[in-house]
Design a protein around this ligand. Structure first.
Ligand SMILES: Nc1nc2c(ncn2[C@@H]2O[C@H](COP(=O)(O)OP(=O)(O)OP(=O)(O)O)[C@@H](O)[C@H]2O)c(=O)[nH]1
Ligand SMILES: [Mg+2]
Ligand SMILES: [Zn+2]
Length: 325
């Protein structure tokens, strides 16, 4: 499968190469390893293996580093400077027409969090799952606030995802924290999990439930519902346990989730409910929109693929085949 390389990954590895040159000299000798735990524009907060947190400058025009990056750093002034970026195992990002927004790197999984209220967009959920598939990162879905009326409807909207093999968990992080913990912990233990989702779903509430002393800021419902207000404004890494085996990464809510990194013709292969049928179409290059003998559309007509999923596929296909960028 062909995928476009994310610009920022390319830029970041260029940055790493540039600093590798410097590392050949005496200056980077003994540069220490650290983990990026938060980013603030051109500065990053790194954590050393001993647990010290140091604010570092980054070289280059802007910081291409993301939370979860493993870097080398050296002391400078009263903080430090990052001198090199270790190769990434993966990087989770979204990409619209104008820019690439990386969330985090070196992940074990993404937890896409949605809620009964405010109502979630199924298209945004589908996009996040496709981005995870494209980045080769496992994804699970959490439905929060099942204490609220409307839970049955939200559950029904998630049924196609459970049916296609996605793990869908449901809980009420605030209303029933003990059950929520019991439900989520087996899936979080020992892994680095990016918690992702639109604003107001309860991502920071989740982090606070699991991480003692996290004190991630939680928005009041009235504020979260206020269009355009995001309570969390930067991505932050929190250790889940004292042994540092697992971690939760809180992220700001997203409104739009661009998938420009995906080629339109690769889309069906990244959607687990469509993929099994895509090989049975009459034409090998079937786009599953209007061709005769399309096995994907036949499966949708038979109800095996849900109508909403086929609609999301068609809309995304159109969007990704537009060429004016
Ligand atoms: N009714 C109900 N409300 C909840 C539950 N869990 C969280 N909330 C509320 O949902 C609101 C939003 O929670 P946050 O944790 O700030 O949401 P977020 O996803 O971090 O939002 P951003 O940081 O803006 O992206 C807060 O008012 C929480 O108290 C729940 O189980 N039930
Ligand atoms: Mg938040
Ligand atoms: Zn087809």
């Amino acid at each position: 499968m062909r995928r476009k390389a994310p610009d920022d990954v390319a830029e970041a590895s260029e940055a790493a190469e540039a600093t590798e040159g410097a590392a050949a000299g005496a200056t980077s000798e003994g540069a220490d390893a650290a983990l990026v735990v938060a980013t603030y524009g051109r500065q990053v907060l790194v954590e050393t293996p001993a647990g010290a947190r140091i604010r570092c400058q980054t070289r280059g025009k802007k910081s291409d580093l993301v939370v979860g990056d493993r870097v080398r750093w050296q002391p400078a002034g009263d903080g430090g400077v990052v001198t090199a970026l270790e190769p990434r195992r993966n990087v989770f990002f979204r990409q619209d027409e104008w820019r690439t927004k990386s969330f985090a790197a070196n992940l074990d999984q993404v937890l896409v969090l949605v809620a009964v209220e405010p109502p979630f967009s199924e298209s945004q959920l589908a996009r996040a799952l496709i981005a995870a598939a494209a980045a080769d990162v496992q994804a699970i879905v959490g439905l929060n606030k099942i204490d609220l009326p409307g839970a049955a409807e939200a559950r029904a909207r998630l049924a196609p995802y459970a049916a296609m093999g996605v793990t869908v968990l449901e809980f009420a992080l605030k209303a029933d924290p003990d059950s929520a913990r019991a439900c989520l912990l087996p899936h979080l233990r020992g892994r680095a999990t990016l918690v992702l989702g639109p604003s107001g779903m309860g991502k920071s509430t989740l982090v606070n439930r699991f991480v003692e002393g996290a004190e991630a800021q939680v928005g009041e419902v009235s504020r979260a519902l206020n269009a355009g207000r995001h309570t969390t404004t930067s991505t932050t890494w929190y250790w889940l346990d004292e042994q540092h085996a697992g971690a939760l990464i809180d992220s700001p809510g997203f409104q739009e989730f661009g998938l420009r990194q995906v080629e339109a013709r690769d889309l069906a292969a990244l959607m687990p409910d469509l993929a099994p049928f895509a090989g049975d179409c009459r034409f090998a290059n079937c786009t599953h929109r209007h061709e005769p003998g399309c096995a994907v559309r036949a499966a949708a007509e038979a109800g095996t693929i849900s109508a909403s999923r086929l609609r999301i596929y068609a809309a995304l296909y159109e969007e990704l085949s537009r060429k004016e960028w």
